[in-house]
Design a binder for this molecule. Structure first.
Ligand SMILES: [Cu+2]
Length: 140
């Protein structure tokens, strides 16, 4: 009869690691299943982010666009008065729109950071005041 508690203790000593290992495995499987759909979504390609920007003396509207790193940014630029451009030096973008001739272009926001955009046309002095910013948040 005195053996019993000892045996129990030995079983318990074996059982606890076994249960802990089983729980760990079950959790690992659940985590793996959780991760799979997220990967599938990423494999479908980057998120397309459309923006419509209006330029006029001497502003951009909106003057700030915010995306996440990896997004494909699609911008339609139109102007309400004279020709203006949307220029982002760091992304080597310089697109020009004229009245009645909007321009649409895409780029992948692969670099995180805050990048100024401006109008690089010199038809009117006021264009040098046209400023905005492209904010690319780092992907977590
Ligand atoms: Cu301009």
């Amino acid at each position: 009869m005195t053996l019993r508690p000892r045996r129990l203790a030995r079983y318990a000593a074996l059982l606890f690691p076994a249960v802990a290992a089983a729980l760990f495995l079950i959790r690992a499987v659940l985590v793996a299943q959780d991760v799979r759909p997220a990967r599938a979504v990423q494999e479908q390609g980057p998120t397309a982010r459309p923006f419509s920007i209006t330029a006029h003396r001497y502003r951009f509207e909106p003057a700030r666009i915010e995306v996440v790193q990896g997004d494909v940014v699609k911008i339609e630029l139109r102007t309400e008065d004279i020709a203006h451009s949307f220029t982002v030096d760091d992304y080597r973008i310089a697109k020009r729109a004229s009245p009645g001739q909007p321009v649409t272009f895409e780029f992948r926001a692969d670099r995180p950071g805050t990048f100024p955009f401006y109008c690089n046309l010199q038809t009117e002095d006021g264009c040098s005041k046209m400023r905005g910013e492209l904010v690319v948040k780092p992907r977590k």
